[in-house]
Design a protein around this ligand. Structure first.
Ligand code: 8ID
Ligand code: ZN
Ligand code: ZN
Length: 349
């Protein structure tokens, strides 16, 4: 009962738009599964891919999407650890070689031969998508697939970033871009990990959302007269947050973070604004012992841990659902910075 044709959103040229059309359903290879995607989150990365923002070639034509939650409907002959009917998730890391020194030491996102869903291979903005069985996320039976979809990139990524920051329970973390998709998840993972959060984003609607998700303070980058002072003042002793998680899609906050991070604090870069550079004064970085590092999605264990937080009811993403056919409208809202939380597309309409 697997059809030969399906609905998909296809980017045919850099700059877009995504075009809603029928394309063939593919067959899984020996080490792959075919997943009937029910819902897919829309990540800002999907917009970067369509716009050609990054110095990494993107497949064209491209079916984007890498937060796909669905049901396994076919599998290759080598696949032993997942069954037809199981719930599974397509994440950014579609596959990796499993044999290089990075893969062998649980750093598979760093594999030079990694396959990226919705970037170097077709992703989840289609009704039937292929993924390497070794890398699909295992989603517990009974899970609501619309709610869990954003965990598959946003959740994994911010959970990993918080771990990479080294922040410990009781400490303070600034979440920059806290009202967006990754930010909304970061506020909740941080809270579940016993961290206090300072949300930074713009506008009243995002303020309300951040506070509802447990932020201890909200600093508005659009209206603040002295953002650095306000962020520091939000911590109990005024010395600034122990860690900063940068999720914004603008260069400026990347330059600003070392100004308000606490001495011996850590700045974690996750957002990927086009053509952006990091800049920090060497003097301050040295004498205040500041760490600046990048964090890139997560490995298979991070994936299952991020899903465990969700399954325990600790993570509730604010999301809106629209049909897959309306994806281009979601991209327009995203370009304008008007999305609070996440959009999820329903592949059945
Ligand atoms: O593994 C990774 N490193 C990874 C994984 C997934 C996504 C990286 N990303 C990247 C995406 O490619 C994107 O560049 O993280 C970034 C954020 O993705 P998103 O959360 O899906 O984007 P969004 O929902 O549009 O949220 C961005 C938020 O940033 C705010 C916006 O208002 C929005 O709420 N923002 C901006 I733009 N400038 C800001 C500023 N100066 C700001 N917030 C605070 N200060
Ligand atoms: Zn993503
Ligand atoms: Zn590898």
């Amino acid at each position: 009962e697997i059809p030969t044709e399906q609905w998909a959103q296809v980017v045919e040229a850099t700059g877009g738009p995504a075009i809603y059309k029928k394309i063939p359903v593919q067959q899984p290879g020996p080490d792959e599964v075919l997943i009937n995607v029910k819902y897919s989150g829309v990540c800002h990365t999907d917009l970067h891919a369509m716009m050609g923002d990054w110095p990494l070639d993107v497949k064209l034509p491209l079916v984007g999407g890498h937060e796909g939650a669905g049901v396994v409907v076919a599998k290759g002959s080598l696949v032993k650890d997942i069954e037809l009917g199981d719930l599974a998730g397509i994440k950014w890391l579609n596959g990796s070689c499993l044999a290089c020194s990075f893969c062998m030491t649980s750093d598979e996102p760093l594999c030079a031969n990694a396959l990226l869903s919705g970037y170097t291979v077709d992703g989840s903005f289609q009704q039937y998508a292929i993924a390497k069985a070794a890398h699909v996320a295992h989603i517990p039976k009974g899970t609501r697939l619309d709610e869990v979809a954003p965990v598959l990139c946003a959740g994994i990524t911010v959970y990993k970033g918080l771990k990479e920051s080294g922040a410990r329970p009781g400490q303070w973390v600034a979440i920059v871009g806290a009202g967006g998709g990754l930010g909304s998840m970061a506020l909740q993972y941080a809270k579940a990990m016993g961290l206090n959060t300072i949300a930074i984003d713009g506008g009243e609607e995002k303020a309300v959302s951040c506070q509802a998700l447990g932020a201890k303070a909200y600093v508005d980058f659009l209206s603040s007269k002295d953002l650095v002072a306000e962020v520091k003042a939000a911590t109990p002793d005024g010395t600034g947050p122990h860690a900063v998680i940068l999720l914004a899609v603008q260069e400026k906050p990347f330059q600003q973070a070392t100004e308000y991070v606490r001495s011996r604090g850590t700045v974690i870069c996750i957002g990927l604004p086009a053509k952006a550079y990091l800049k920090a004064p060497v003097f301050d970085t040295v004498v205040r012992m500041i760490t600046i590092k990048g964090s890139y999605v997560g490995n298979r264990q991070d994936t299952q841990e991020a899903l465990d937080f969700f399954s325990q009811g600790l993570i509730k993403v604010p999301f809106k659902t629209v049909g897959l056919s309306e994806l281009q409208d979601v991209f327009e809202l995203m370009k304008a910075g008007k999305i609070v939380g996440r959009y999820v597309v329903d592949t059945s309409k």
